[in-house]
Design a protein around this ligand. Structure first.
Ligand SMILES: Nc1ncnc2c1ncn2[C@@H]1O[C@H](COP(=O)(O)OP(=O)(O)O)[C@@H](O)[C@H]1O
Ligand SMILES: CC(=O)N[C@@H](CCC(=O)OP(=O)(O)O)C(=O)O
Length: 280
């Protein structure tokens, strides 16, 4: 099947694409990403972009002399830091929407704390059996996707920043993979694509011969406790998505130009399927 006919067979499907990794810091890769998203839109695929910006947030915090550290793959976030997180994410969202605009789309940047898009509750985490207080970090408890749907229905591409509102309207920093997964579930998406800076999920990290091509949710759940660092929230997000009804989650290599147009949506990476296999 050619890519054109493959896309044609998926017309009308909803795809949430989490932009991240190297594609975010390399102008040429970012341009290729925007061109691909525009091509998906032209093929009648409903594409929604979500993004994080971990490295950019870290640089800005350092520049402002605010300490931050990661525990269990999540940033410990003070009340001072959370405003920096939001500022950086809003800037990235605006740049991405401008890039998509330059590539020929009508894109609208939406911050997750607006339009009641993401509601979250403060969440800690457990590291080596111990509870860790992460400060203003949240776990998404509700998604109100109407602002996203409005953009999609008008033929545009929503660009969603991963930040949420908690109790008393406090800003909560959320992991961008988790936010993308929650949005994918709320939109009953067919695909969740997570762009990263590695070829996919390795079963026996860092053994480069152990790349996983396809894995179902049950097998992935048994692998989750063995994972490290940034892969923990990413795999947990992929699992949440397919367990919540999303057709497939795919972890793909954002270092590869035009990876989104590699049939099907970057088959070179790791595809996560629901426990009960869906044949498409
Ligand atoms: N089992 C694994 N498979 C793949 N990558 C892993 C694994 N365990 C840890 N990693 C690390 O996780 C990184 C990806 O997570 P992260 O840097 O948070 O991605 P992103 O910035 O795209 O969200 C990889 O570059 C790799 O160094
Ligand atoms: C709670 C938490 O860790 N939030 C992340 C949000 C950004 C993000 O997830 O960006 P990437 O996808 O580029 O890693 C952070 O502060 O870095």
């Amino acid at each position: 099947m050619t890519m054109t006919s493959w896309l044609e067979s998926h017309r009308g499907e909803t795809v949430i694409i989490k932009f991240g990794g190297n594609a975010m810091i390399d102008d040429e890769l970012a341009r290729a990403f925007c061109d691909d998203v525009v091509a998906l839109g032209r093929a009648g695929i409903r594409a929604v972009i979500t993004h994080g910006g971990g490295p950019q947030i870290s640089s800005e915090l350092i520049a402002r002399g605010i300490r931050s550290e990661f525990r269990g793959g999540l940033r410990v976030t003070t009340s001072e830091a959370v405003h920096v997180v939001r500022d950086v994410l809003v800037r990235i969202g605006a740049d991405l929407a401008a890039g998509l605009g330059a590539a020929g789309a009508t894109a609208s940047a939406l911050a997750g704390d607006e339009h009641a898009l993401f509601t979250a509750e403060r969440a800690g985490t457990e590291v080596a059996g111990e509870r860790v207080d992460l400060g203003q970090v949240g776990e998404i408890t509700a998604v109100e996707p109407s602002a996203v749907l409005k953009v999609l229905d008008a033929g545009g591409i929503p660009v969603v920043s991963a930040i949420a509102l908690g109790a008393g309207s406090e800003l909560l920093n959320v992991n961008a993979d988790a936010a993308a997964a929650s949005l994918a579930v709320a939109l009953d998406a067919d695909w969740l694509i997570l762009l990263t800076d590695i070829a996919g999920l390795y079963r026996d990290w860092p053994n480069r011969d152990s790349l996983v091509g396809e894995i179902d949710a049950a097998q992935l759940a048994t692998l989750l406790p063995t994972l490290e660092s940034g892969m923990i929230p990413k795999v947990a997000a992929a699992l949440h998505a397919v367990q919540g009804g999303v057709g497939r989650a795919v972890i793909v290599d954002g270092r590869v130009p035009h990876v989104l147009l590699a049939e099907p949506f970057g088959a070179s990476g790791t595809t996560i399927t629901p426990a009960e296999r869906v044949v498409s």
